[in-house]
Design a protein around this ligand. Structure first.
Ligand SMILES: [Zn+2]
Length: 340
């Protein structure tokens, strides 16, 4: 039987490395991880992957960063998007604490000035006007979406599904590509200028909405006192999974791929941080030979996905174009999804 098509997107937050439990760096950011990008991009090419690098200010102002990323752009092996880290992206408006590290918590005027500084720098140093965007530390609101659209962006990827903390929430947002409202970024709207393509996240069971309700309830007291979510994970009854090789091993990513395919997802969107490509830089993936580990996990997922679907590799903007006018219904209890 002919395999169905699926789009595969890999996006990389391309940024400075620092220990994430320490203060946010502003000046003299270390971007040693950029030395790993040529090798990583070759690996992607060998599998057919067309990566999207969301580049932040620290990398765009680095000499090697400029050289490496402009090379990817000129050979058209990857897309260059923009990634806004408020703490190291001028102009500055005081010390960045947890709240201000999220773009969503900044006044519109500050976001505007920082975004313009970032896109001008990327244009000047890498030779590209970015069309795609991801906020630092996730989360997005209608004001920023409208601003992005006014600056010629056509895709945002700042939604981190099934997640909230004290500073922002993505709970309730669609888990598949959608046209977000400029008044509430977590809802579908009527505008057709800027698409949202979230990263792939979900559960080990295909009824994602039901799973989220159970998972959310068991994360709160009194159940959290008994560490119910951990127990569900260890017994494999219910796992919340993010499609990232720096967080998740290939077996669990493959489980997520299977539940997404069962839900008829048209795009599988994996992500990682460039800083994870060097050992011990962020504290996130604490293993030796982290780059090799990440590459082998990606290869395993591609192999698994390829057995079930005809994979169309694309950058995030290419995915947005391909998804236009495609519509389908979810197989499970997620609401009917109309794609871009
Ligand atoms: Zn980042």
């Amino acid at each position: 039987m002919q395999k169905k098509d699926v789009l595969f997107v890999l996006s990389i937050d391309t940024e400075e490395e620092w220990l994430w439990d320490e203060e946010f760096p502003q000046d003299d950011c270390s971007v040693k991880n950029i030395t790993k990008l040529p090798e990583f991009n070759e690996f992607c090419k060998s599998l057919g992957i067309r990566p999207t690098y969301f580049v932040d200010y620290a990398v765009a102002q680095d000499e090697l960063g400029q050289k490496v990323l402009s090379q990817f752009a000129s050979e058209k092996s990857a897309e260059i998007g923009a990634h806004l880290h408020p703490w190291c992206n001028p102009p500055f408006f005081g010390k960045t604490r947890e709240a201000e590290s999220h773009v969503i918590n900044l006044p519109k005027e500050q976001v505007e000035q920082k975004l313009d500084a970032l896109t001008d720098l990327i244009h000047r140093n890498i030779g590209v006007r970015p069309k795609s965007f991801r906020s630092g530390r996730w989360g997005i609101d209608g004001n920023t979406l409208e601003l992005l659209a006014s600056r010629g962006f056509s895709v945002d990827s700042s939604i981190y599904p099934f997640y909230q903390n004290d500073f922002f929430s993505c709970l309730g947002a669609p888990t598949v590509p959608y046209w977000p409202s400029f008044t509430d970024a977590l809802l579908r709207g009527n505008q057709r200028t800027l698409a949202e393509i979230p990263i792939t996240a979900g559960f080990s069971v295909s009824r994602f909405n039901t799973a989220e309700k159970i998972h959310g309830a068991l994360s709160k007291p009194p159940f959290s006192w008994f560490k119910m979510v951990g127990a569900l994970w260890h017994t494999k009854l219910l796992r919340k999974i993010y499609l990232s090789p720096e967080l998740t091993n290939s077996a669990n990513m493959n489980t997520l791929v299977d539940t997404c395919l069962k839900n008829n997802h048209q795009v599988i969107h994996m992500y990682l941080h460039s800083s994870s490509l060097i050992d011990g830089a962020t504290g996130l993936l604490d293993v030796d030979e982290a780059c090799e580990r990440i590459k082998s996990r990606i290869a395993a997922v591609i192999k698994h996905l390829g057995k079930q679907r005809n994979i169309k590799f694309c950058t995030i903007s290419e995915a947005a174009i391909a998804l236009k006018n495609v519509s389908y219904s979810c197989a499970s209890d997620c609401s009917p999804e109309v794609l871009l």
